[in-house]
Design a protein. Structure first.
Length: 202
């Protein structure tokens, strides 16, 4: 049985998208030279991308704006036509990472409401209607990923304060979070990967 697969690549901070639809039979990999790409161009104005995730409800592209920080989300059902979604609590904020689990989208980022930034999580069922939640108490998100039972977000302290410990936060719904400090202290840079052990530690 042959089906169509939509492939998206985000190139550069200014959101230049490449889109490709290719036919695939079963689970066989499609040779790279069989892809036909279409450049969509800079279709998002002055926004910058930080992450991309997809569910049957559509594709969510997340990031923010240059200069005056404002978290941004764009939603698409086909990877070609995009709708910008106005997030609650978007001012002075930036999305660092997005994930999708059990029919729910999660966007993890930071928001500056005073002298120091704080963590914030946005959740959505359809990629269009989002809710904002204070999260990751005292730490800043670095990466978000889906788990078998919800979401995990890797956070650290403010990098200007020197090397910071890592904390992994787990949530079943993206709203209520439980912290799991990582056993050894390491500085987190642009990305991170965490692995959960059988006893629940990280």
């Amino acid at each position: 049985m042959t089906s169509a697969r939509q492939v998206l690549i985000v190139v550069g901070l200014m959101l230049t998208l490449l889109s490709s639809t290719t036919a695939m039979a079963g689970d066989d990999d499609v040779p790279p030279d069989s892809l036909s790409w279409t450049r969509l161009g800079r279709v998002f104005g002055s926004g910058m991308a930080t992450d991309l995730v997809a569910l049957p409800a559509g594709v969510v592209l997340a990031g923010g704006t240059h200069g005056y920080p404002s978290a941004r989300v764009w939603h698409s059902t086909n990877g070609i036509g995009w709708e910008e979604i106005l997030l609650p609590g978007r001012d002075h904020s930036l999305i660092r990472s997005v994930a999708a689990s059990d029919g729910r989208f999660l966007a993890a980022g930071t928001r500056s409401t005073g002298q120091h930034p704080e963590g914030v999580a946005w959740t959505s069922r359809d990629g269009r209607d989002w809710s904002a939640h204070h999260a990751f108490e005292g730490t800043l998100p670095v990466d978000a990923l889906a788990t078998a039972d919800g979401f995990a977000v890797v956070t650290t302290g403010h990098p200007l304060n020197g090397p910071q410990p890592i904390t992994v936060w787990h949530s079943a719904d993206g709203v209520g979070w439980e912290a799991f400090p990582v056993s050894d202290d390491r500085f987190v840079g642009a990305g991170a990967v965490a692995e959960r052990s059988a006893d629940g530690s990280w």
